[in-house]
Design a protein around this ligand. Structure first.
Ligand code: AMP
Ligand code: MG
Length: 349
């Protein structure tokens, strides 16, 4: 049975934190908010507890979990020695939405890292997350709370819809402020490589870590460059309804303003485009504010499944700042690229 505890994310009750911490210490599963998305957490030192995370999420065992810590003392426990130079850099980004790969200590079971000798570590900024870890006294291994392949969860109402009955406790704290997951970087090889674009923009991290290599992989490019080739890729962040990415904003706007395809296509776009859309449209917020777009993205992907339509069509956004993470998630969630009106007709035949 799942217990649901409602609390204010900015000022969580002591009781809610204690209940969550106790559940973690006893080897249970807790869904809790961070500043990025909701996590599904377990005691990172317990292989058995972490196995339950994989089971609850239906996550393949080779997809490793991020270990969340509350202070630098805990960092020492979960990793092998970290140089002073790296520690100084970490102090500039933590607490915050940045995850770093480091050599794991023997205390972290291989279950957490998918057998790798590297562990992904983050000190979250979200008050609830930090306090639960601190109170539990152990690091928490927590992937995003969604069931594998589904969009990440950024609102507790979606956590309850998806996970009631699968976990011991859900902390009901409303929407999360950032809306996309942490940025993951690998500094283990000397340089710095982006493994996953996320809530902390690369431009800001470069000021601390120096030049960062942004690969096509981290942009989500290799997954969705083939126009109209659905079913050819590993599913990720996917709504049940097929989502397509418009190749440019003008095309999306044109499609939204044509009366054709009503009840067939649902648009996901900036509020400006929604305002003039003749098709049903979910607004992500002001198109020039990528922070707001990021915050609303995953909930909009989930809403698509509730819409009365055959497919979804989403707007592309500029790939700077938060936009890199936004486009990575959109590309991975999409089944293909729509480049002209003819491709829509083909799709809907
Ligand atoms: P999630 O928590 O669901 O956002 O997923 C965490 C992601 O972090 C994984 O899918 C990996 O891409 C990455 N990750 C976590 N641990 C490691 C690790 N030890 N080595 C490489 N990547 C990792
Ligand atoms: Mg995830």
């Amino acid at each position: 049975m799942t217990t649901i505890v409602k609390t204010d994310p900015e000022n969580p009750s002591i009781q809610s934190i204690e209940t969550a911490a106790k559940t973690i210490r006893e080897g249970g599963l807790v869904v809790f908010p961070t500043e990025t998305v909701y996590g599904l957490g377990a005691n990172a030192y317990s292989s058995d507890a972490c196995l339950k995370v994989f089971r609850a999420k239906e996550r393949p065992p080779d997809n490793p979990l991020i270990v969340h810590i509350s202070d630098m003392e805990m960092l020492k426990e979960v990793t092998l020695e970290v140089s002073d130079e790296i520690l100084k850099k970490l102090e500039k980004v933590w607490p915050g939405p940045v995850t770093i790969l480091l050599q794991k200590s023997p205390k972290i079971p291989g279950t957490v890292t998918g057998g790798s000798s590297l562990v992904a570590v983050r000190m979250p900024e979200g008050k609830v997350a930090l306090e639960v870890i601190r109170k539990a006294g152990v690091p928490i291994a927590a992937p995003s709370a969604n069931i594998s392949t589904r969009p990440s969860i950024t609102d507790s109402r979606h956590a309850i819809e998806e996970l009631d009955g699968r976990v011991d406790l859900i902390m009901d704290c409303g929407p999360t402020p950032q809306g996309v997951e942490s940025t993951i970087i690998d500094i283990s090889g000397g340089g710095c490589t982006l493994l996953r674009a996320g809530a902390k923009p690369v431009e800001e991290l470069e000021k601390i870590f120096g030049p960062i290599k942004v690969t096509d992989f981290s942009r989500g490019l290799h997954e969705s460059t083939i126009p109209l080739a659905p079913g050819m890729k590993y599913r990720h962040y996917s709504p049940t309804k097929k989502l397509y990415l418009a190749s440019n904003v003008e095309l999306l706007q044109k499609i939204s303003e044509l009366g054709e395809w009503r009840e067939k296509i649902s648009i996901i776009s900036s509020d400006e485009i929604c305002r003039n859309s003749k098709l049903q449209c979910t607004g992500l917020g002001d198109g020039s504010d990528l922070d707001v777009i990021a915050r609303n993205l995953f909930s909009a992907l989930r809403e698509l499944d509730k819409m009365d339509c055959t497919i979804g069509l989403i707007q592309p956004f500029p790939e700077h700042g938060k936009g890199l993470a936004i486009m990575n998630r959109i590309r991975k969630a999409s089944s293909g690229l729509i480049e002209d009106l003819d491709s829509i007709n083909m799709l809907l035949q």
